[in-house]
Design a protein around this ligand. Sequence first.
Ligand code: ATP
Ligand code: MG
Length: 252
Amino acid sequence: MTDQKAPPAALLHLRAVAKTFPNGTEALAPVDLAMAGGEFVSLLGPSGCGKSTLLRIIAGLTEPSSGTVELPDEHRRAFVFQDPTLLPWRTVDRNARLLLELEGVPKAERLERASAALKMVGLAGFEKSYPRNLSGGMRMRLSLARALALRPKFFLMDEPFSALDEITRESLQDELLRIWGSEGFTSVFVTHNLYEAIYLSHRVVVMSPRPGRIERIFEIPFEYPRSPELRSTPEFSALGAEVAACLREVSR
Ligand SMILES: Nc1ncnc2c1ncn2[C@@H]1O[C@H](COP(=O)(O)OP(=O)(O)OP(=O)(O)O)[C@@H](O)[C@H]1O
Ligand SMILES: [Mg+2]
């Protein structure tokens, strides 16, 4: 029932990736997944099923206990967390440059790349503001800009929009798709919101409760670029109902 066929010219290959933490918690059962370059994949599943663990393994932040992750070295990875984790004493532009400083990117290039990233997320004009003077949506935009300034080939996001109200969330989904369309990075996106997963993705991966494994992969048939009207079509609702039923089934 699991469709784990490799798409043509897979860029990322997870082979039997499993994780048991040192305290004995078995977070992930062996997971196989292949992703094509430029693909957008979302991970959906019950709380504690290992979504963040899998994302961190792909990001190289956590070692798998067994199995292999194949991803070309030159594919720079950027990670966006649920909490924007901004430095409150730094202005917006200096927050946007932070990761470039840590990477030792020369100053002139830092300024240029951070400023381009801020423009991309609609924060031009707020360079000298402090995080405390931004709304929640703007703080998340800044967190996205900070990661985009790295010019990643692989963009990993862990519930980045979950703390936002519905309207802000939908507008950030549209912005993210627009930026993804122009930058061409490959994305893995973790969310609890199945409509968000469907709206954004080529494929939605549904995971089982812990130890997480891939229960089912939904191919999302809607063409890109996607527009907000898609969310109110009967086809979108029907697919939503199907994914919801699958989630209920796996959570049982
Ligand atoms: N460092 C760790 N040490 C021990 N156990 C851990 C560690 N990190 C995560 N776990 C456990 O592994 C399991 C999977 O955690 P993970 O954070 O990947 O789940 P998740 O699917 O992202 O959940 P949520 O949807 O609530 O964010 C959980 O049972 C969690 O308690
Ligand atoms: Mg998580």
